[in-house]
Design a protein around this ligand. Structure first.
Ligand code: UDP
Length: 338
């Protein structure tokens, strides 16, 4: 059974993918994370969940603290463990911050990934599933967005992910590295038992901010003058457990087909900020304080995915609704309010 290195495994999407692998597979897992945005509590919860599932506490999951910007950190992990493949989440992922501090994004996301890829090639590991993003498309020329849509990112975050996609193509041609890039749209929700969830500091994302506003402050809608059905931005919110499943299928596709490819991961449906807000009020069964302020820089009006390709080739489809995502986010929020 393969041993998979999960970079960024202490973060939001990485940790839910590990949960999926614990529950559905026998892969051995090495979690690699610098804990800058990831949390040791999340790692401990995953270790605990795993130890409850198996009788012998063997080392099926191992945590290795390290930073991809230090090539020795990642070299040490490859020297110590016999890794067969990688799922690569570790990255900075805030658009606004990337505009203010591009150096941080290029150094970490691009340079860190180069260190990872070079170490992989050196150790003859040639399978990687990579977290890419719809931010590589930039302002949409048409919707729904398919994988053939031109990639013209409008911020350093999107550029950093696009650069990595191109590097992976070159590494395929030159060294035979096979990669599946999953271009995520918006991600929402949490483990349905509330054990792990979305934990960003500061929190900038829509659904956690609405749920928080219920208790502590007024929720702000960034702009209601867009050219959309109610004036607020439209996004495609895919559930994090569904997204985790897509990573498992992508890894298995690499094992079976050994082919480089790219897939959009969304639901194919767009919801406006106002519709998401209304759905949160329905789930919570109460009024949430809300105000409207100006647009946030860099937000396109409408983004949603064409997911025909991933349905056909990986046989993946979203199983959970927007309301499911809101419910699980709220459960996690209530359990971890402190
Ligand atoms: N948004 C908002 N108020 C918030 C957070 C987000 O109105 O407190 C809007 C944001 O302008 C965008 C949508 O919600 O149109 C989704 O934003 P988010 O930051 O969750 O994800 P992004 O689309 O930036 O990846």
């Amino acid at each position: 059974m393969d041993m998979i290195l999960i970079t960024g495994g202490a973060g939001y999407i990485g940790s839910h993918t590990i949960l999926n692998l614990i529950e559905k597979t026998d892969y051995k897992i090495i979690i690699f994370d610098n804990l800058e945005n990831g949390h040791i509590e999340t790692v401990n919860t995953l270790l605990e969940i795993n130890s409850k599932r198996q009788r012998r506490a063997d080392a099926r999951i191992i945590f290795e603290k390290g930073d991809l910007r230090n090539i020795e950190d990642i070299e040490n992990v490859f020297n110590k463990h016999s890794i067969d493949g990688v799922i690569h989440f570790a990255a900075f992922a805030l658009v606004e911050e990337s505009v203010k501090n591009p150096s941080k994004y290029y150094r970490n996301n691009i340079y860190g990934t180069l260190n990872l890829l070079d170490t992989m090639i050196k150790h003859n590991v040639k399978r990687i599933v990579f977290s890419s993003t719809c931010a590589t498309y930039g302002n949409p020329q048409y919707t729904p967005i398919n994988e053939k849509h031109p990639q013209n990112p409008i911020n350093p975050y999107g550029y950093s992910k696009l650069a990595i996609e191109r590097i992976m193509d070159d590494y395929d041609k030159a060294y035979g590295l096979k990669s599946i890039r999953l271009r995520y749209f918006n991600v929402a929700g949490a483990d349905e038992k509330g054990r792990i969830g979305e934990w960003h500091e500061p929190e900038t994302h829509l659904i956690p901010n609405i749920l928080k506003a219920n208790d502590v402050k007024t929720f702000t809608i960034f702009g209601n003058d867009y050219d959309t059905r109610d004036g607020t931005c439209i996004r495609d919110y895919v559930n994090v457990l569904d997204l985790a499943e897509a990573h498992r299928l992508a890894y298995e596709y690499l094992l079976e087909e050994n082919k480089t490819d790219v897939f959009n991961i969304g639901t194919g449906e767009g919801y406006s900020v106002k519709e998401v807000f209304d759905a949160c009020e329905r789930v919570l069964k109460k009024k949430i304080p809300v105000e409207v302020k100006g647009r946030r820089a860099g937000d396109p009006a409408v983004l949603y995915a064409d997911i025909g390709k991933v349905k056909n080739i990986l046989n993946w489809k979203p199983e959970r609704s927007l309301e499911d995502s809101i419910k699980s986010s709220y459960l996690y929020f209530c359990k971890n309010k402190k």
